[in-house]
Every structure is written in C-alpha cells, then in structure tokens.
Write a protein of this length. Structure first.
Length: 215
C-alpha cells in the first residue's frame, strides 16, 4: 500500500480517540474495516481508499452524540480529508476517502456514488446485522435502560426523550435491522446480509417464544 505508514499512524489516533466502549467504539471500526477490505477485494474496488474510509468513518461520532455536530458523517468526512492532507496525501485521494465517509450513514441524505463508497456503506450496515448486530442493539439498549422485549413494536425508532421502557431492540429489529439486507449496494454485501438476516429472524422468533413462556 502506498500510504501504509500514514494508515498506521491514523489507526493509532483513531484507536486512542475511540477507546471507550459502546456500540460505536473502536471495536466497531475494526469490524467494519475487516468487512470493507473483504468486500472491496471481492468487488474490485480500490482497497486503499476503502481502508482509510473505513478507519475514519466514525471519527467524529462522539461529537454528534454530545450534540456538537449535527451529522457525524459530514463531520468525519471533513476531518478525514484534513488529516490526510496534513500528512501530504494527494488531494484527489483525500477527496475520494471523504466522499465515501460522507455518504455512508444509514439515515444520511447522501447516496453512495462510487464503488468504494458503496463498499463502505455496505460494511457499516452489515455490522448492524447478524449476531453482532443483535449484540450492539442490546448494548445500546442497556445503556439507555431499554427493555429486553416489548409486546408491540413501536412505529418509530428510539429518539432522545422517548421513555426507554417503551422501547426494546425488538423494535430496532423491526424498524431497521430486518430491512438492512434490502439496502445493500454490492453483491457481496447482499450475500452476507441475507445469511445474517436469517439468523436475526430466528433469534427474535426464539426470544419471543421464551419471553412468553412458550418454550
């Protein structure tokens, strides 16, 4: 890789800044990075652009959580470009990385255009599916005092101010996680998402039986 030294330097920077636990911690970044590299190679995307984009895609997430920026995808794209340019990376390369990050968000208004952006978007969404997606949903739910299960799923996703006891990862599954397989851009992403989605469906079906004392 042309910029491996810079990548390792930024890897350590991101690891330090995102060391705290949670659904969007450095563990999430490492999983997205591994998935993105795998999909990029399978789809013929520029692996180096994808690696930097995956590494830096959530670097400003904590600022959004604190209410300091409105959209972490936009803020992360701007900072990623700045970090790369400060280290002498070609402006075109930095812009390609930033474009991937700007359009990766599930709820964002920007649509991924380049193959590399589609790869990052798929890898990020895939980390919200399967066993790890369920684990992250309950990690987030525990942090916010949500229930293990609620009888009727809500019609809108959890938002600040919603009573936590009225929400559970079951609703998150119904409103988001179950639909991610239909939001994939790459063939590799769709294949992985289909398998992980089958697991999630079985999990929540089993959970409902157990919660109701039926099994």
């Amino acid at each position: 890789m042309r910029h491996e030294k810079i990548f390792q330097e930024l890897y350590e920077l991101v690891r330090r800044e995102m060391s705290a636990g949670g659904a969007h911690s450095f563990d999430h970044v490492e999983r997205v990075l591994a998935l993105a590299e795998r999909i990029a190679r399978e789809e013929g995307a520029d692996v180096e652009v994808v690696r930097f984009a995956a590494l830096l895609h959530d670097i400003e997430r904590a600022r959004e959580d604190r209410g300091e920026v409105e959209c972490h995808a936009i803020a992360s794209a701007e900072r990623a470009k700045r970090l790369l340019l400060e280290r002498g990376v070609d402006i075109r390369f930095a812009e390609r990385v930033a474009e991937c990050i700007r359009s990766h968000r599930f709820r964002g208004s920007a649509t991924p255009k380049s193959l590399e952006a589609k790869v990052l978007s798929d890898a990020d969404k895939l980390d919200a599916t399967g066993a790890v997606g369920i684990a992250r949903a309950y990690l987030f739910g525990g942090k916010h005092g949500q229930r293990v299960w609620e009888e009727e799923p809500k019609k809108e996703r959890f938002y600040p101010g919603m009573r936590a006891e009225e929400y559970s990862p079951r609703t998150e599954y119904e409103l988001k996680l179950s639909r991610l397989k239909d939001r994939m851009y790459t063939r590799a992403g769709r294949r992985i998402a289909e398998r992980r989605s089958r697991f999630m469906k079985l999990f929540f079906e089993e959970l409902e039986r157990e919660v109701k004392g039926e099994d």
